[in-house]
Design a protein around this ligand. Structure first.
Ligand SMILES: Nc1nc2c(c(=O)[nH]1)N[C@H]1C(S)=C(S)[C@@H](COP(=O)(O)OP(=O)(O)OC[C@H]3O[C@@H](n4cnc5c(=O)[nH]c(N)nc54)[C@H](O)[C@@H]3O)O[C@H]1N2
Ligand SMILES: Nc1nc2c(c(=O)[nH]1)N[C@H]1C(S)=C(S)[C@@H](COP(=O)(O)OP(=O)(O)OC[C@H]3O[C@@H](n4cnc5c(=O)[nH]c(N)nc54)[C@H](O)[C@@H]3O)O[C@H]1N2
Ligand code: SF4
Ligand SMILES: [Mo]
Length: 737
């Protein structure tokens, strides 16, 4: 957009988290003068959080890379796109030629899902690489949700979404939407939506080892021991089945496996699980009764639940509870979004794969594949363990696994030993510093945006397109352009010569870009030309003409039509999940005496409104105020270790030790401590001066890559056993020796 004399206004969606807030951005002479919430956005209604302002800071950050970099013996040097792409393709190709396809691994980070072009073009590049060593943030996050959806409803993205705007009872486990702004529940201004439940006479109940910001506004908060939620959910189901008898309503006719579920849950009376969970049986019974007698109710669990040893069981049991209480696919319960760009039921070429599970295993530890990916906890060992199939080269796209995946320090060792590494990323950070080439995309304001994923996971059906605010400079490349160029080069090298067909396809896709594919998907989607849901006739042009976005109405019941299982039935008791109950029983035997107090504490994570995983710490405005990388600890646990508020403590796990200041607070459950993740910016050789000045310690220097949900390989970092000691006071300087 060219500079002009009078102020201009631009509307767009913030792409930084899942909430999809509408923004109103004012510009003067081509420079941003204000960013506010867009009151006319029908979904977010003017809401925004402090991170929205960071879109300007990100855009203007002098440390954000603007040209490709090549690592040399004497440091980083800028190179042209031509050189960087050519050399990268050549190296990747050569390594695959010599060592086989699997020798090139990939890791995809979270921002891929917040980027239209990456959603469209990453799968193509991965198809070309055809390596089984594909990793992503999915397996340190929502994999259990996707596994449960795949096994129960036939598609990994048929994730039930809480109908927060209509429910009368919301039970939240292991999520803190007031800090995270909601996840697998796109719900801008979630605070007002939660308050709305209370204002219509409903209740919000939170089960969390910490009295979180969300717990603080809830009607009830219950402490629960980390890692025991599957037991608590089984006990809730026990009450639902034994006391109340299941009532599936219209789903009764299309649901298989109810008997099997009932048979298992009879064993899990609230009294029996109480010693493990720390939740009094009385409390669990009351929650179950209130849930079951509410006019509508929904159970929702997020990161705290999916990243534990029984994460897949947790997400399955949540779905089961919603089904047997008659709350799946009904207003105020757990519902399915019907997005305008339909990644589930849309045309094959534009839809996402339904998923797959356990079709192959990781080479070293035998961890199962899910949807074509292997668990990220296996990344380091796949690079460090010799033999055929060893990962010798890595492509990272929008990921910082050194800070985001368990035992980051070991992963770093592995990255340092790779033959070749390339990172598509705008920053020289803890991960990309190990790359041979860094290929930086333009800023989010220099590209068009449509939330393919989050429109499909939202509490309301809406659609909105954001055009680019700024034109990229001549050297600027969007992610998708980099991905496509790399793919084309790799294909050409593989064939040995440029083929006419491949060249034509490349040229066509370069011209089309993600926008034309989006248009196609919108036109062929449920609100498009062959419209089945109201007379919307959606297309990209129509969205462009509605800069605040289009409201497509509340979630609607859609079963069995939308089920993706072969027979369009719900599988309430999929075999792998049912079988996994045995592992749960073994981990928590009936006769278990309470574990003797060994002085061990359980470490959990924490998100803060002004953080975004690891990557927004170079923005001064977001780091103002007191340091946030602190260890929260209950007063009793602090007292018996001689720790006072503000003192430094060492925290030690099986894999490492970090030193952090302690904040003593009774918002923690006794026996549990909390440290945020995404810090640990003191590592040398990055180009993040602001982050380095607020370094903190990395939570993932404590988490253990051996701790997994054995069923699906998801990292189990909720509840890492740690020892905490008062740090030795810095003594007098000792003479250097
Ligand atoms: N201990 C612990 N660990 C956790 C979690 C936890 O709760 N506790 N949470 C987990 C979760 S839920 C997640 S999703 C993962 C996140 O794991 P990652 O996605 O690996 O980590 P991020 O910190 O999000 O890093 C994002 C990277 O993408 C880059 N980036 C940002 N925008 C773009 C873009 O548009 N294009 C490109 N090419 N790059 C971009 C950033 O510079 C940064 O390098 O972390 C997980 N790790
Ligand atoms: N401000 C901000 N927003 C974000 C992000 C961010 O880093 N910062 N990250 C984004 C990403 S990638 C994601 S996936 C989402 C995540 O969204 P949420 O899942 O809402 O994120 P958290 O705040 O980590 O909430 C997890 C909660 O689980 C609790 N918990 C930990 N272990 C257990 C356990 O064993 N049982 C129970 N019951 N609770 C437990 C923790 O105390 C915490 O309150 O947030 C997104 N939004
Ligand atoms: S809540 Fe999320 S989408 Fe909304 S302004 Fe903040 S970061 Fe952006
Ligand atoms: Mo995430």
């Amino acid at each position: 957009m060219s500079a002009s004399a009078s102020p201009q206004v631009h509307y767009r969606t913030c792409n930084l988290c899942e909430a999809m807030c509408g923004l109103r951005i004012e510009l003067d002479a081509g420079r941003i003068t204000s960013i506010r919430g867009d009151a006319s956005d029908p979904f977010s209604r003017g809401h925004l959080c402090p991170k929205a302002l960071a879109l300007q800071d990100l855009h203007e950050d002098p440390d954000r890379l603007r040209t490709p970099l090549r690592r040399t013996a004497t440091g980083w040097e800028p190179v042209s796109w031509e050189v960087a792409l050519e050399e990268t393709a050549r190296r990747l190709h050569a390594i695959q030629q010599e060592h086989g396809r699997d020798a090139v691994g990939s890791y995809l980070g979270n921002p891929n899902v917040h980027n239209l072009g990456n959603m469209m073009f990453v799968p193509e590049l991965l198809r070309t690489l055809r390596s089984r060593n594909r990793f992503s943030a999915t397996s340190v996050d929502q994999l259990p949700h996707q596994l449960a959806a795949f096994l129960m409803f036939g598609h990994q993205l048929m994730v039930p979404i809480p109908d927060i705007d209509h429910t009368q009872y919301m039970l939240v486990l292991g999520a803190n939407p007031l800090a995270s702004n909601g996840s697998l529940m796109t719900a801008p201004d979630v605070r007002t939506r939660l308050r709305g439940i209370q204002q219509r006479g409903g209740r919000v109940v939170v089960m969390d080892p910490r009295r979180t910001e969300t717990a603080a506004i809830a009607d009830t908060h219950v402490f629960i021991r980390p890692g025991t939620d599957a037991l608590a959910l089984l006990a809730l189901l026990h009450v639902a089945v034994v006391e109340h008898a299941p009532r599936l309503g219209p789903l009764d006719a299309i649901t298989d496996g109810l008997e099997a579920v009932c048979a298992h849950v009879r064993d899990f009376a609230p009294e029996k699980v109480a010693p493990h969970t720390g939740v009094p049986a009385k409390t669990l019974r009351r929650i179950a009764r209130d849930f079951l007698s509410a006019r509508s109710a929904v159970c929702y669990g997020r990161v705290g639940l999916s990243t534990q040893a029984f994460g897949a069981l947790c997400q399955w049991l949540i779905n089961v509870l919603n089904v047997v209480s008659g709350n799946l696919d009904r207003q105020g319960g757990a519902m399915f979004t019907l997005p305008a760009f339909d990644i589930i039921g849309g045309p094959r070429a534009l839809a996402m794969s339904r998923g797959g599970f356990g079709r192959w295993k990781s080479r070293v530890r035998g961890l199962p594949e899910f949807s074509g990916e292997l668990p990220s906890v296996a990344m380091a060992e796949e690079m460090l363990t010799p033999g055929t199939g060893r990962v010798r080269a890595l492509l990272t796209v929008a990921g910082n696994p050194v800070l985001s995946t368990p035992n980051g320090a070991r992963l770093e060792e592995a990255l340092a030993g790779l033959d070749f590494m390339v990172s598509i990323d705008p920053y020289l950070n803890e991960t990309t510093r190990h790359a041979h080439f860094i290929l930086p995309p333009v800023s989010p304001l220099e590209r068009g945006h449509y939330d393919i994923a989050f429109h499909a996971l939202a509490v309301r059906n809406t659609a909105k397109y954001s055009p680019p605010l700024f034109e990229p400079g001549p050297e600027g490349r969007q992610d998708w352009q980099v991905l496509l160029a790399l793919q084309h080069r790799l294909e050409t090298l593989r064939k040995g010569r440029p083929s006419l067909r491949a060249t034509l396809k490349y040229q066509a896709l370069s011209r089309m870009g993600p926008e034309r594919l989006l248009d196609l998907g919108l036109r062929m989607g449920p609100y498009g030309a062959r419209t089945t849901h109201g007379n919307h006739g959606l297309s990209l042009a129509k969205l462009k003409a509605s800069p605040h976005g289009i409201d497509l109405g509340p979630l609607q019941p859609c079963l069995p039509r939308r089920l993706q299982t072969k027979e369009r039935r719900i599988h309430l008791a999929p075999e792998p999940l049912l079988a996994d109950l045995r592992r749960l029983r073994e981990a928590f035997p009936d006769t278990a005496a309470r574990p003797v107090n060994t002085g061990e504490l359980l470490l959990i994570g924490r998100r803060h409104l002004r953080d975004n995983n690891s990557w927004m710490h170079n923005i001064p405005g977001l780091l103002k105020g007191k340091p946030r990388c602190t260890l929260l600890m209950h007063p009793e646990d602090a007292a018996c270790r001689g720790l006072n508020d503000g003192m430094e403590a060492t925290v030690t796990s099986r894999v490492g030790t970090v030193t952090v200041p302690v904040h003593v607070t009774d918002e923690m459950m006794p026996g549990v401590v909390s440290l945020p993740h995404g810090y640990g910016h003191a590592r040398a050789g990055t180009r993040l001066p602001v982050a380095t000045a607020h370094a903190g310690a990395s939570h993932n220097d404590l988490t253990d890559e051996q701790a997994v949900d054995a069923l699906c390989g998801t990292a189990a970092f909720s509840g890492t056993p740690v020892r905490v000691l008062r740090a030795a006071a810095p003594g007098p300087a000792t003479p250097a020796g």
